[in-house]
Write a protein that binds this ligand. Sequence first.
Ligand SMILES: CC(C)(COP(=O)(O)OP(=O)(O)OC[C@H]1O[C@@H](n2cnc3c(N)ncnc32)[C@H](O)[C@@H]1OP(=O)(O)O)[C@@H](O)C(=O)NCCC(=O)NCCS
Length: 185
Amino acid sequence: MRSPTDRRAKVGTSYEPVTLRPMQEHDLTLLHAWLQRPHVVRWWGPHDRSLSLDEVRAEHFPSSAQNAGVRQYIASLGERPIGWAQSYVTLGAGDGWWESETDPGVRGIDQFLCDPNDLGRGLGTRMVEALVRLVFSDPAVTRIQTDPAPDNVRAIRCYEKAGFRAIRRIVTPDGCAVLMTQPRP
Ligand SMILES: CC(C)(COP(=O)(O)OP(=O)(O)OC[C@H]1O[C@@H](n2cnc3c(N)ncnc32)[C@H](O)[C@@H]1OP(=O)(O)O)[C@@H](O)C(=O)NCCC(=O)NCCS
């Protein structure tokens, strides 16, 4: 039997990279299921009801015009899907987000691991590092930022390990957050 320490052992092997592929419409059912899981709902909401598949489709697969600047990905470790991630252009994000931004090169990122058994084992850091590499592969990108809730200590530590630094507390349309940024290396 494995000890609790073993259960928290690192996931995967050093030669097994975390990969990111663009999310497709056929991934919506998977995403819908992941968005119902308590460890995701805790930080993503909504807290008072379940999301329908149509709501997930409307938010994550809207018309191309509404979706401009947003890139969504399914992360995998080998053949195993492990989570969802997105990057977006912060300038002009709308709905009250990042209204003081003037730099078109800034990208925001969001992500989660889909399996609660994977949390706290280093996999999220590898996923964020892979996303940062992918986002910076666009030479137009000047800076990447993220905005975890101040009490999401695990996410904040994960982002620090992936190269982000906490700048200040902010208020977003989703509530209080810690603005964390990473300039182009
Ligand atoms: C956020 C998330 C992607 C991070 O991935 P992860 O694989 O769990 O994170 P990692 O294991 O790479 O790193 C977590 C770090 O936080 C630390 N940590 C975890 N809980 C902690 C706590 N309560 N207090 C202090 N540190 C804590 C871990 O020890 C680890 O740091 P260490 O390697 O220095 O010991 C993942 O936890 C997740 O999907 N969470 C649910 C959804 C979510 O919060 N998404 C982000 C919204 S901004």
